[in-house]
Design a protein around this ligand. Structure first.
Ligand SMILES: Cc1cc2nc3c(=O)[nH]c(=O)nc-3n(C[C@H](O)[C@H](O)[C@H](O)COP(=O)(O)OP(=O)(O)OC[C@H]3O[C@@H](n4cnc5c(N)ncnc54)[C@H](O)[C@@H]3O)c2cc1C
Length: 576
């Protein structure tokens, strides 16, 4: 953000200082179109950016405590990674069972490759039962087994069955329950602004983010930027899978929270640790969806195309596992951890030149597969692939941003290590220290709900309601003399170039030469986009591309600086 991006309120003509509840309500487009300039919204106690598990859980909690809350969300309320989560949420429900808790801690630490913050890991694992119970109170219905207990699954890296799930659509069930609760809460004190996008954070004192934030600039659906003054701002913007050509993430995952935070001087860390899911559907089209590793837990086997052909030519009489390339990479074969499987698959695809490998289920009971995995079965059918009968083409795809905005125990952000009191980051956008260098499956929904609750409590306990009328110091966006962006084609080309560069040079296996090449190419794209940014009014596409570029730079910078292969960071120049 540069100073020329905005005006102070005092510098604005009086007529543009529009305050009202009307602003929050003014969805009729005609009204917006006639309003020449911006647009100061009524102040809130909490501005929440994002409506996944992290944002909604916190928003509802704060609203129930009597705070005035606005949720800003880029698309529809349920457009989020949360809504797509399949496997489940990890947690030990019996808090008296110290051994089980310790096993969850140990699995998380092992997966994190020595980079986790052990105190944080313990605290999150110990809090899991309470937060899962909170979700149940919100109305989330996790699957129950035949004995009347929760049906607990196990995924790669977990030494015990501790994953609660709702078939293979756990995230959708969580999002449903939280959305219903949020919608029921809507009134003058609780607004959900769908199709509104946060563009940048407003600093209380320009150039010193340590003094805190005073609100958010938001782009409305008609293209106008509004100033939303807020006593507290919560980043709950999710991840950044859209950096890569193949991703399991929804289109909203453009790293906005990280980029907004970084631009104002907030600490961001560990961005080189990007998790690739080994089994996303690998058809020619770019659109992809994830095939949960629970399917491999159920017996599905990874094979290269030639291994599969060999198995087929032998009449499928052998166990396909005997032929799987995965035994060359892990003693666990197809059940190896995500990073090992993703790297092995990447290596095999590079060797053969094939566009995918196969996930084979023909040796398994088709009926039980269909019952256990209804969503995947349905999705596969849309591609003409029959679960239990056809080989499923899969490739690795960008899945989870392990790094992010550095936060403390309560989810408060930091700048050069100093805590920023009223800016929080929760969920995937945050880097708490739980995951270290690699995320254990199903620990992210848990982290999101634990930190969402902590941040909500911190806000509720510390809010100084006297602060909320200090809107005179909130600067207004200055875009009146900028052009309307007419041509979107250059943005598309730049986005494509960025995603190709990230996929080929900053992917699963990196090297210094490739990283330097990526750095140069991204800088070039950045220069082009910055020119458009400076001369045009913002659009959602433009803001997202600018954010992705900022995030890409952070991933490259982190990758160049990391001098040891650990967890998800793998640089072949650092091989022994
Ligand atoms: C396919 C898939 C399967 C997964 N399976 C599991 C699983 O089984 N278990 C598990 O623990 N984790 C899983 N994960 C990861 C987990 O779902 C996410 O880490 C978690 O849901 C993130 O929640 P969140 O609230 O932080 O972000 P999200 O749920 O991604 O929500 C982010 C929100 O922010 C909004 N937003 C972003 N930028 C802006 C902006 N500038 N202005 C306004 N709004 C904005 C988005 O529109 C969205 O509403 C999976 C992820 C994917 C993609």
């Amino acid at each position: 953000m540069t100073k020329s991006d905005y005006w102070m309120v005092d510098e604005m003509p009086e007529t543009y200082r529009i305050t009202s509840t009307k602003i929050l309500d003014w969805m009729p487009l005609g009204v917006i179109m006639q309003t020449p300039r911006p647009l100061l919204m009524e102040s809130v106690d909490v501005a929440v950016i994002g409506s996944g598990i992290a944002g909604l859980f916190l928003a509802v909690r704060c609203a129930k405590a009597g705070l005035k809350v606005a949720v800003i969300t880029k698309k529809e309320i349920s457009t989020s990674s949360t809504n797509w989560a399949q496997g489940g949420i990890a947690g030990v429900l019996d808090t008296e069972n110290k051994e089980s808790l310790e096993m969850h801690v140990k699995d998380t630490l092992e997966c994190g490759g020595g980079h986790c913050d052990e105190d944080i890991v313990r605290s999150v694992v110990n809090e899991a039962a309470d937060r899962i119970n909170d979700l149940v109170k919100h109305g989330v219905k996790f699957d129950i087994g035949s004995e009347g207990e929760y049906d607990l699954n196990r995924e790669g890296g977990h030494s015990d069955n501790r994953i609660l799930h709702a078939k293979d659509r756990t995230g959708a069930e969580i999002e449903r329950a939280l959305t219903e609760d949020a919608n029921a809460k809507i009134d003058d004190n609780f607004k959900i602004l769908e199709n509104w996008m946060a563009v940048d954070l407003i600093q209380k004192e320009y150039g010193d983010i340590r003094k805190g934030v005073s609100g958010v600039w938001c782009l409305d659906p008609s293209g106008l930027v509004h100033t939303l003054p807020a006593t507290n701002v919560v980043l709950a913007t999710g991840g950044s899978g859209m950096l890569y050509k193949r991703t399991t993430n929804p289109v909203v995952a453009t790293g906005d929270g990280v980029a907004m935070a970084k631009r104002t001087g907030v600490d961001v860390r560990d961005m080189e640790f990007f998790q690739f899911h080994p089994t996303a559907i690998g058809l020619d089209s770019e659109g992809t969806f994830l095939i949960t590793e629970a399917l491999r837990g159920h017996g599905a086997i990874l094979m290269t195309i030639s291994e599969y052909e060999e198995w087929k030519n032998d009449g499928k009489s052998n166990n396909p596992d005997d032929l799987s390339y995965m035994h060359n990479y892990s003693s666990l074969g197809s059940l190896g951890t995500r990073d090992v499987v993703a790297r092995a698959t990447d290596a095999e695809m590079k060797k053969s030149g094939d566009k995918n490998v196969f996930l084979v289920t023909e040796h398994l009971d088709a009926e039980s597969l269909v019952t256990e995995f209804p969503t995947i079965t349905e999705k596969l059918e849309a591609y003409g692939i029959k679960m239990g009968f056809d080989a499923i083409p899969v490739t690795p795809a960008a899945h989870y941003m392990v790094g992010g905005v550095a936060v403390n125990y309560e989810g408060r952000t930091k700048s050069k290590g100093h805590i920023i009191n009223n800016l929080y980051a929760i969920g995937e956008v945050a880097c708490t220290g739980l995951h270290g260098a690699n995320r254990l499956a199903s620990n992210s929904l848990l982290e999101a709900v634990v930190y969402s609750n902590r941040a909500a409590e911190d806000i509720i306990n510390n809010i100084d309601l006297g602060q909320k009328n200090r809107i005179n110091s909130t600067p207004m966006w200055r875009a009146d003399d900028l052009d309307v962006l007419i041509e979107h084609a250059p943005l598309r080309t730049d986005l494509e170039a960025l995603r190709v560069t990230m996929s080929s040079d900053v992917g699963i296996v990196k090297s210094y030469t490739r990283l330097q090449r990526a750095k140069r190419r991204i800088q070039h794209i950045s220069d082009e986009v910055e020119m458009i940014w400076k001369s045009c009014k913002p659009t959602q596409d433009l803001v997202e591309l600018r954010n992705l570029i900022d995030v890409a730079k952070l991933v490259v910078r982190g990758s160049i600086s990391r001098d040891k292969n650990v967890g998800l960071h793998y640089n072949k120049d650092l091989e022994n």
